[in-house]
Design a protein around this ligand. Structure first.
Ligand code: ADP
Ligand code: MG
Length: 711
C-alpha cells in the first residue's frame, strides 16, 4: 500500500490582499506589511511601536502580495499538490486568516472572471484536463462532496434536506482514516457537473444562513474531491489509486468577543472558536514535536483534518492577511500560526488498491451487467439459430454469417431473433384466424396463447433494454483517459501552459535556493573572517555584536509578545470558565430545589458519556441486546410441564379429575345442581314432598333454603 514513506513538511504560503476603499480613506496611507517575493519573506511593522523597534520578519514557502494573481498562486503552490492527488496521494489546501482577508477569494474567487478564478475552479479545470489528456488505458471516477461545520455540527450541503437534516457523525476507518458517515457524494463527469455540485452547496450554505458574511466567518466549509484511477500495472492487473483532495475555507480566525453573553448564546460563542482554537492547539502540538498527545479529538474540524496535519497527506496552508494597521494583532497571530505550521511533518503515501475503492465496485458491477446482457443476447442468438435449423415455413432474409463471436454480431443476431419471432407469431396468428376448420373456442385459445407468447417476448425485450440502459449509465460514470472528455485546447495553448508551469517551478526553486543561501551566508561569514589588524577585528566584531544584539532584541520582543498573547488567552479562558461556572451553579440550583432526589439518581444512573460524539446519552431502560438473557430460566421442577407446579397438583394430575384446576392450585367451586327446596304453595305437592323426605331425615328438612357447599 505504501510506496513513498518519506516525510515532508506542510507547505505554508502567505497572501496579503490590497487595501480596500474604506481602509484607504480611514487610516494613514500604507499598509503594515511588506513582502520580499524573491526570498519569500513577510516583514511586519508594528504601527504602535516606535520606529526604532525592529520589524518582524517571517519566511515562508511562498508569499503573494496585493498585486499577485490568482493564477500565480495556483501555478506555484497548488498545481504540484493537485498533481500529487491525481497520482494517488491525499491532499489538503486550507485558507486561514481573519474575516475579510480573502480566504473565500483565494479558494473560490470570482467564477465568471477567468483572471479571478480561485483555487477550487482552477483545480476542477486541472483535474478534468489531466483526465482528458491521459492515456486511454486509464479509467477514472471522480466524486465530490461538500460539507460545512457550523457550531460543531457537520452539515451536508448537498443534501436537499440540509436545513432540517440532523448533524452527521464522524467515523474512523483504519484504511481511509476519518470520514463522515452518510455524506452525499456526487459522481462528476465533467467540469460543468462538478461546478453545479459546488453551486448547489453554496446555495444551501447561503439559504441556511441569514447573513452570509456573519455565517461564513463562523462556519468552516470543506469541499472534498475523490479521484480514483485504474491503470494496468506491470503485472498485467488493473491497479487502483485513490487521491482525496480537501479544499477548506475556514471560519474567520479573529477572536470573537464573548463578554456578557448567556445561555444559548454563550454556548454558541464557546463553540464558534472551538474548532479553530483546537486547530491552533493541534498545530502547536505537532510543531513542537515533543508533545506525545495531539488533541485531534477536541473538535470536528481537527478530526477531519487529522490526516492532513501530521498524517498521510500533502498539505498547503494559505494564510491570508489584511494590510490595515488596525488589524496588527490579528495579522501577527496569523503569521505566528503560519510560521508554526511550517514545522509540521506529514507522511504522504500513495493510496494503492484500497479495499473501499468505489471504482473497483463499479468495474465489477459493469462486468456483471455486461455478462448478463451478453448472456441474454447469446440466448436469443442461439434460439434464432435453432429456429433457422428447424426450417420453418418462413424465409430467411439475407444470409449473414453469425459465426464470428464478436459482440456486434451477437447483438445483431439477438435483434434479428426478436424481429423474426415477432413475425412468426404474427403469421401464426394470421394462420389461426384464417383456419375455417377450427372451432371458435379452440381458435380463441390458440390466439390467446400466441398473444401471451408475444407479451413474453416483449417483456424479455424490455428487460434487455433496461439492462442495457443500466449498463450504459454505469459505464458513463467512469471516465476513460482521453475519451470521455475532449480536450479543446490547441497545441499553442498547451505549450503556453507548459511554459508557465516551467516558470512557476523555476520561481519556486529560485526562492528555495535564495533562502538556503541566506542561511548559509550567516554560517560561513564567521569562517571566512581573518583579520589583518586589530582595528579591523574590532570593527568586524562590533558589527557582529550589533547584529546579534538586534537579533536578541527581536527575540526578546518576540518573547514579550508571546507572553502577552498567553496572558490574553488565559484571561479569556478564565472568563469563559467563570461564565460556565455561573451557568453550572444555576443548573445545580434548579436540580437541587426542583427535582426529587430519587428522580435525579435514576436519571444519573442512566446517563453515559459517548466520547465519539462528545455527548452525554441516555441508556435505554431495557438494554436491547440483553433482552433475551433477561428471560428467566426454566426451573428444573417444571420439566415437562407448562409451569412450575406443586407436588399436590402433580398427584392430582396423576389421579385425573379436574387436573387442570388442581395443577394450578385453584379451589374448584361447583354449582350445586340439586333442585331448590322451597316450600310450595301447592298443598297437594307438599304431602308428596313430605313423603319423599320421610325416608332420610336430613337436617335441611325444616329449613326453607339449602346453601350450596364448597369443598
Ligand atoms: P474572507 O473569506 O476571508 O472573509 P473574502 O474572500 O470574502 O474574505 O474577501 C473580502 C473582500 O476582499 C472581498 O470583497 C474580496 O473580493 C476582496 N479580496 C480579498 N482578497 C483579494 C485579493 N487578493 N485581491 C483583490 N480583492 C481581494
Ligand atoms: Mg469567507
Amino acid at each position: 500500500m505504501s510506496k513513498n514513506k518519506s516525510s515532508e513538511s506542510v507547505k505554508v504560503v502567505v497572501r496579503c490582499r490590497p487595501l480596500n476603499h474604506k481602509e484607504v480613506s480611514n487610516g494613514p496611507a500604507g499598509g503594515i506589511i511588506q513582502m520580499d517575493l524573491r526570498l519569500g519573506q513577510v516583514i511586519l511593522r508594528n504601527p504602535r511601536a516606535p520606529a526604532s523597534e525592529p520589524q518582524k520578519t517571517f519566511t515562508f514557502d511562498g508569499v503573494y502580495d496585493a498585486n499577485s494573481k490568482q493564477r500565480d498562486l495556483y501555478d506555484e503552490s497548488v498545481r504540484p499538490l493537485i498533481d500529487s492527488v491525481l497520482a494517488g496521494f491525499n491532499g489538503t489546501i486550507f485558507a486561514y486568516g481573519q474575516t475579510g482577508t480573502g480566504k473565500t477569494y483565494t479558494m473560490q474567487g470570482a467564477w465568471m472572471d477567468p483572471e479571478k478564478r480561485g483555487v477550487i475552479p482552477n483545480a476542477f479545470d486541472h483535474i478534468f484536463t489531466h483526465i482528458s489528456r491521459s492515456q486511454s488505458d486509464r479509467q477514472y471516477l471522480v466524486r465530490a462532496s461538500y460539507l460545512e461545520i457550523y457550531l460543531e455540527e457537520i452539515r451536508d450541503l448537498l443534501d436537499p434536506k440540509h436545513g432540517n437534516a440532523r448533524a452527521l457523525e464522524l467515523r474512523e476507518n483504519p484504511e481511509s482514516g476519518v470520514y463522515v458517515r452518510d455524506l452525499t457524494s456526487c459522481v462528476c463527469k465533467s467540469i460543468k457537473e462538478i461546478e453545479e455540485v459546488m453551486n448547489m452547496g453554496n446555495q444551501a450554505r447561503a439559504v441556511g444562513a441569514t447573513d452570509m458574511n456573519e455565517h461564513s466567518s463562523r462556519s468552516h466549509a470543506l469541499f472534498l474531491i475523490t479521484v480514483e484511477c485504474s491503470q494496468p500495472g506491470p503485472d498485467g492487473r488493473k491497479h487502483i489509486r485513490v487521491g482525496r483532495l480537501n479544499l477548506v475555507d475556514l471560519a474567520g480566525s479573529e477572536r470573537q468577543a464573548k463578554t456578557g453573553v448567556q445561555g444559548e448564546r454563550l454556548k454558541e460563542a464557546a463553540k464558534i472558536n472551538l474548532s479553530l482554537s483546537a486547530l491552533g492547539n493541534v498545530i502547536s502540538a505537532l510543531a513542537d514535536g515533543r508533545s506525545s498527545h495531539v488533541p485531534y479529538r477536541d473538535s470536528k474540524l481537527t478530526r477531519l483534518l487529522q490526516d492532513s496535519l501530521g498524517g498521510n497527506a500533502k498539505t498547503v496552508m494559505v494564510a491570508t492577511l489584511g494590510p490595515a494597521p488596525q488589524h496588527y494583532d490579528e495579522t501577527l497571530t496569523t503569521l505566528r500560526y503560519a510560521n508554526r505550521a511550517k514545522n509540521i511533518q506529514n507522511q504522504p503515501r500513495v493510496n494503492e488498491d484500497p479495499k473501499d475503492a468505489l471504482l473497483r465496485e463499479f468495474q465489477r458491477e459493469i462486468a456483471r451487467l455486461r455478462a448478463q446482457l451478453n448472456h441474454r443476447k447469446w440466448r436469443s442468438k442461439q434460439k434464432k439459430e435453432q429456429v433457422e435449423v428447424d426450417g420453418e415455413a418462413w424465409e430467411r432474409e439475407g444470409d449473414e454469417e453469425t459465426e464470428g463471436e464478436d459482440e456486434e454480431g451477437v447483438e445483431k443476431a439477438a435483434e434479428e431473433y426478436v424481429k423474426l419471432e415477432e413475425q412468426r407469431l404474427e403469421m401464426e396468428k394470421e394462420a389461426i384466424r384464417g383456419d375455417q376448420f377450427m372451432l371458435a373456442e379452440e381458435k380463441q385459445r390458440l390466439l390467446g396463447e400466441k398473444e401471451r407468447m408475444m407479451g413474453d417476448l416483449r417483456k424479455e425485450q424490455e428487460a434487455t433494454e433496461q439492462l442495457t440502459a443500466k449498463y450504459k449509465a454505469m459505464e458513463s460514470k467512469l471516465l476513460v483517459g482521453g475519451k470521455n472528455i475532449i480536450d479543446h485546447t490547441n497545441e499553442q495553448q498547451k505549450m503556453l501552459e507548459m511554459k508557465r508551469q516551467e516558470i512557476a517551478d523555476q520561481t519556486c526553486s529560485e526562492r528555495e535556493i535564495q533562502q538556503q543561501m541566506l542561511v548559509q551566508d550567516e554560517e560561513t561569514l564567521e569562517l571566512r573572517e581573518t583579520f589583518t589588524s586589530l582595528q579591523q577585528e574590532v570593527e568586524a566584531k562590533t558589527k557582529k555584536l550589533k547584529k546579534l544584539y538586534a537579533k536578541l532584541q527581536c527575540i526578546k520582543a518576540e518573547i514579550q509578545d508571546v507572553n502577552d498573547e498567553h496572558v490574553r488567552s488565559r484571561q479569556e479562558l478564565e472568563q469563559t470558565q467563570n461564565e460556565l461556572t455561573r451557568e453550572l451553579k444555576f443548573k445545580y440550583l434548579i436540580i437541587e430545589n426542583f427535582i426529587p432526589p430519587e428522580e435525579k439518581n435514576k436519571i444519573m444512573n442512566r446517563l453515559t458519556f459517548d466520547p465519539e460524539e462528545d455527548q452525554w446519552k441516555f441508556q435505554p431502560l431495557v438494554p436491547a441486546e440483553s433482552k433475551s438473557s433477561q428471560m428467566k430460566k426454566r426451573p428444573t421442577s417444571a420439566v415437562g410441564y407448562k409451569r412450575p407446579i406443586s407436588q399436590y397438583a402433580r398427584v392430582a394430575i396423576a389421579m385425573g379429575a379436574h387436573s387442570r384446576y388442581r395443577a394450578e392450585n385453584i379451589m374448584f367451586l361447583e354449582l350445586d345442581m340439586t333442585p331448590p327446596n322451597t316450600a310450595s304453595l301447592d298443598r297437594s305437592a307438599e304431602t308428596e314432598l313430605n313423603q319423599s323426605h320421610s325416608v332420610d331425615s336430613s337436617p335441611t328438612k325444616d329449613r326453607g333454603v339449602r346453601k350450596s357447599r364448597s369443598w
